[in-house]
Write a protein that binds this ligand. Structure first.
Ligand SMILES: Nc1nc2c(c(=O)[nH]1)N[C@H]1C(S)=C(S)[C@@H](COP(=O)(O)O)O[C@H]1N2
Ligand SMILES: [Mo]
Length: 225
């Protein structure tokens, strides 16, 4: 009881309470875990399934579309088959969430985002990308320079098989050099914008817009270099 009161007093830091941040970090786990048990387990080397919305519709080759739009000369709309026919890149990297869990050596395959940007021909004033999800809520952002890196993929495969619905399939982002929140699940749109539009957690959780792994955001107990 005393401990709880002490935590409450210590919780008001920098205008945003620790409890507030914790509640927001834990909420996505509870959304994906109606039993509430997962959030009681110690964080280990396994994936959490995150969604900021209660349920997400399934999409497959019959109805999946990825739109590339905004400040581009050639707006594009890709089917899953279109994406599968493009050159695929495979990466094996640790996957790390800012809340402290990390999965070692995860294999990802997909189309380089830079290939999709080349096809769309960004206008001269396009300096950033805003990613949309068919969950209807989640958003993320990158600068064009970050988006053109060869380790930024529109991922079709994860762990050697098609990305599952729970992991954001059929198509999700995989931004290898950044924390997991930059990798939008259930990817539906790639919009070129003049300036960076901060994403869902950058607004709601005050996460860094530049989510480089190692810049711990003050949330990660064991950053990797
Ligand atoms: N659409 C959507 N994408 C998302 C999220 C989300 O809640 N919704 N969570 C992000 C966060 S914080 C992380 S760590 C990863 C988790 O991916 P996973 O659910 O496949 O483990 O997805 C990211 N992409
Ligand atoms: Mo995360």
């Amino acid at each position: 009881m005393l401990g709880l009161i002490a935590m409450g007093a210590a919780g008001i830091v920098g205008g945003r309470s620790v409890q507030d941040r914790l509640a927001k970090a834990i909420a996505p786990i509870q959304n994906a875990d109606p039993t509430g048990l997962i959030s009681l387990l110690p964080l280990g080397a396994t994936f959490r399934y995150y969604s900021v919305t209660g349920s997400v519709p399934s999409r497959d080759a019959a109805n999946y579309r990825l739109d590339v739009r905004g400040l581009v000369r050639r707006p594009m709309s890709y089917t899953l088959t279109d994406l599968e026919k493009m050159p695929q890149t495979t990466l094996v990297r640790d996957f790390q969430c800012v809340t402290g869990w990390r999965v070692p050596e995860v294999q990802w395959s997909g189309v380089r985002l830079s290939d999709l940007l080349d096809a769309a021909q960004p206008a001269a004033d396009a300096r950033a990308i805003s990613f949309g999800s068919f969950d209807g809520t989640y958003t993320e952002s990158l600068t064009i320079e970050q988006a053109r890196r060869s380790d930024v993929l529109v991922a079709l495969q994860m762990l050697g098989r098609p990305v599952t619905h729970a992991h954001g399939g059929p198509v999700r982002m995989y931004v290898a050099p950044m924390y997991g929140y930059k990798s939008t699940k259930w990817l539906s749109s790639i919009e070129l914008t003049a300036d960076v539009v901060p994403g869902y957690w950058e607004d709601e959780g005050n996460y860094d817009v530049d989510g480089w792994i190692g810049n711990s955001n003050g949330r990660d107990d064991e950053p990797v270099g």
